[in-house]
Every structure is written in C-alpha cells, then in structure tokens.
Write a protein that binds this ligand. Structure first.
Ligand SMILES: C[S@@+](CC[C@H](N)C(=O)[O-])C[C@H]1O[C@@H](n2cnc3c(N)ncnc32)[C@H](O)[C@@H]1O
Length: 272
C-alpha cells in the first residue's frame, strides 16, 4: 500500500476510534502508532487499516483487542531499580514529613509499578498513611493490576530488580506462588484505588505529593505531553515530586521553568 494511503487510513482509524469509543489517540506520536497498527493488522488478520476500522466500528471486542496494541501494556516490577533507590533514599525522607500522602501512578498498566511502590512504602513505614491512585486507559490492564497476579517466570528478574532497588526483605515475602503465577500479598493493594483515567481527555482529581508517570509520555506528541504536564502541575502540592521514565523529562516542555531537577539521572523533578 502506498505510504500516503497508509497515513490517510491511519488518520481515519484514529478519528473513528475517537468518535465511536472516545479514546483519543489523535495526539499520540504518529510513527509509533503506525508501527503498532501495522503489527495489529498482521496479527488480527486484516488486509488493510480500513478493513480493521470497519471491524472495530461494529465489534467492541475487536476494538478492545486493538487497544492492547495501541497502549503497549508492558511493565516490570522495580523497573529501572535506580529510580526506586532514589525514591527510597532521597524522596522518602521528605515524604515522611507529611501526615498523610497521596501518590498518583499515571499509566500504571498491569500494576507492576503500583506493587513496587506499595512494597517500598510499606518497608519505609509509610503505606499506612498513603493513598495510591493507579490510573490507566486500558480496562484489561487495570483489571490485571487489580488482581495482582503475575507470571512466575518474571519473578527472578523482579527479585534482582528489588534487591538492586534497595529492598530490605526477601522479595518472596510479598507473594504466594501458585502453579505458574505469583499472587501478590493483599495488604499491598489495600491503599490503592485503581481507576480509568486518561491523560489525554480527563482532568485532575486530587492533590498529590508524588506522581510517577513512566514510559507513557514517550508515546505522546509535544502538545499532549504539555497537557499531561499541566495536569501533573495542577495536582502536585507545593514542592511535590514528579518521577518520570529514563527517556522522559519535563525539561523541554512548557512547564520546564516550574520544576527543578531533584535527581537528574533518575528523572525525578520537584515542583518549585
Ligand atoms: C509502557 S506502559 C508503562 C507502564 C508503567 N508505567 C511502567 O513504566 O512500567 C504505558 C501505559 O500507558 C498507558 N496510557 C497510554 N495512554 C494513556 C493515557 N492517555 N492516559 C493514561 N494512561 C495511558 C497505557 O495503557 C500503558 O498501560
């Protein structure tokens, strides 16, 4: 198919998704959306984007299947362990000074980041006074996150990450192994609210002291990144913390002047 036609069909597909399902991918990075749609085409047995568009319009389940490609539900416990070490060693001492804490994990996917954060807070004696908002746009990912069940074959890597992140106990204290799954300890999710929330279309819902939004904004174009930064700025309390993924930064956004780099290497910023 000529490239120009692919671009046109892609634009129409994104518009159709927005009109029919109110998921707004119009300001996502086009190159990466295109790669994912082309992959979905192959695996969903469609010979053109227009054919896929027709199928998603008339079958919500097919749209849900496509959403798995569009949202990249990939995560890891204690992903980039240095980030969690920096939270533990540098951010937690400040968080300790608050009588209660609200933490927002935006784009939490299947929950690995949420359980990692809950473990860290529990070990630092802060989970009791915390509320964690874990949000995403993918309902299947959110459901998996709520269940807190993970494939056992990832556990070896998660254990290494946990140790490198400065974990204080044995990682196996936090889950029960059952067949090929690890079921996370229920106490870890007692303080978590899992909710559908889009950085592209929704507004701020609470004041927070820490926001962790990692490996999400890389998929947005600049205006949409700015929209998300606007939400974070509005939500964060005075001197609140914003943690980002290793390829992400607030530095070149319109909000750059409103933050200082708290730990530049681990991409942790602090509201001025
Ligand atoms: C690659 S995952 C990152 C998961 C986790 N934060 C991490 O770093 O391991 C990206 C997540 O962003 C979510 N996402 C994409 N667009 C979003 C939006 N507009 N609002 C909220 N979450 C979004 C996706 O559904 C997906 O779960």
């Amino acid at each position: 198919m000529p490239d120009r036609n692919v671009e046109i069909e892609l634009k129409l597909l994104i518009e159709a998704i927005y009109l029919k399902y109110s998921y707004d991918f119009r300001d996502y990075s086009r190159a990466s959306l295109k790669r994912r749609v082309l992959l979905a085409l192959k695996q969903m047995d469609c010979d053109s984007i227009s054919a896929l568009q027709r199928r998603i319009l008339y079958d919500a389940q097919v749209f849900m299947d496509l959403l798995q490609y569009l949202t990249i539900p990939v995560s890891e416990m204690f992903r980039d362990p240095g980030y969690y070490r920096a939270l533990r060693e540098q951010v937690v001492p400040v968080l300790r000074t608050y009588p209660s804490l609200k933490i927002w994990i935006a784009g939490c996917s299947t929950g690995e980041e949420v359980y990692s954060m809950a473990i860290l807070l529990q070990e630092e004696g802060l989970l009791e006074r915390s509320l964690i908002y874990a949000t995403d746009i993918n309902p299947r990912s959110l459901e998996q996150a709520r269940q807190g069940i993970f494939a056992i074959d990832h556990l070896r890597q998660y254990t290494v990450n946990y140790q490198q992140a400065g974990g204080k106990r044995s990682f196996s204290d936090y889950y029960t192994a059952a067949y090929d799954s690890a079921i996370m300890d229920k106490s870890l999710k007692e303080k978590v609210t899992f909710a559908d929330h889009s950085l592209a279309t929704d507004s701020v819902f609470s004041e927070t002291q820490l926001i962790s939004c990692r490996n999400v904004l890389i998929y947005f174009n600049k205006p949409l990144q700015d929209r998300a930064f606007g939400l974070f700025h509005e939500s964060l309390c005075h001197r609140g913390f914003l943690g980002m993924g290793c390829k992400e930064t607030v530095e070149f956004s319109s909000y750059a002047g409103l933050y200082e780099a708290f730990d530049k290497q681990e991409r942790i910023f602090r509201k001025l």
